[in-house]
Write a new protein. Structure first.
Length: 217
């Protein structure tokens, strides 16, 4: 039921006839928020950059927080849609696995440290939603792909699946977050890639591991 509701929201937000202005606002706000941070971007700046009136901006979004809510909702739905298309693609398992984790990584890494810090401090409710959605997406995709990988002889059979998934979630949440990133010089992208190599390389059979590392190198 939740999936149906989610895609209905995407249809209303992104594809409703006559809403091209709303879509432009969402796309531009997403890029600006993710790059510069939420606190450093104003509604006035967004309307000026888009070449639309403030009245039009506030017609669609009564405030910056409401705009931010819809940007995040839209982006999470977009990521879910991308992952589902990869999972059901006709490609071989290793290719789909690499593409899936690459898609998740690109989503995580396109968000600047400033944006994550802003959300963490100013909108803890939204941060919790992002974390919960990321956890849900990973649980859904990890479990099915581990089962498929085992049946193909690509993923090791001697590992407890729930522990494997929990380890990955803990690594992502424990490293790719504002508090940790602010203390080190490595980027979110570098952190994610290292976690990916260690995690997926560790759960694969030796033959599959060699192929996987070659594909994401």
């Amino acid at each position: 039921m939740e999936t149906v509701k989610t895609y209905k929201v995407l249809s209303e937000v992104k594809r409703a006839p006559g809403d091209s202005v709303k879509e432009r606002i969402l796309e531009h706000a997403r890029d600006r928020f993710f790059t510069a941070g939420f606190s450093k971007v104003t509604m006035d700046e967004l309307s000026a950059e888009l070449g639309i009136s403030k009245k039009t901006m506030y017609h669609y979004f009564p405030g910056k927080d409401r705009l931010l809510d819809q940007v995040i909702e839209w982006q999470l739905i977009e990521m879910r849609s991308r992952i589902q298309s990869i999972l059901h693609a006709p490609s071989d398992f290793i290719t789909r696995l690499a593409e899936m984790w690459g898609a998740i990584g690109r989503f995580a890494c396109r968000i600047s440290r400033q944006f994550m810090t802003d959300i963490h401090r100013q909108r803890p409710d939204l941060w919790k939603k992002i974390e919960a959605s990321r956890r849900e997406i990973l649980l859904e995709t990890c479990s099915g792909m581990i089962d498929e990988g085992r049946s193909l002889g690509v993923v090791r059979n001697d590992l407890q699946k729930d522990v494997v998934i929990l380890m990955y979630l803990t690594a992502i949440q424990g490293v790719v977050n504002p508090d940790v990133l602010s203390q080190y010089s490595f980027s979110a992208e570098e952190a994610f890639r290292t976690i990916l190599l260690v995690y997926l390389g560790g759960i694969m059979t030796e033959k599959a591991r060699t192929q996987f590392i070659h594909q994401i190198a």
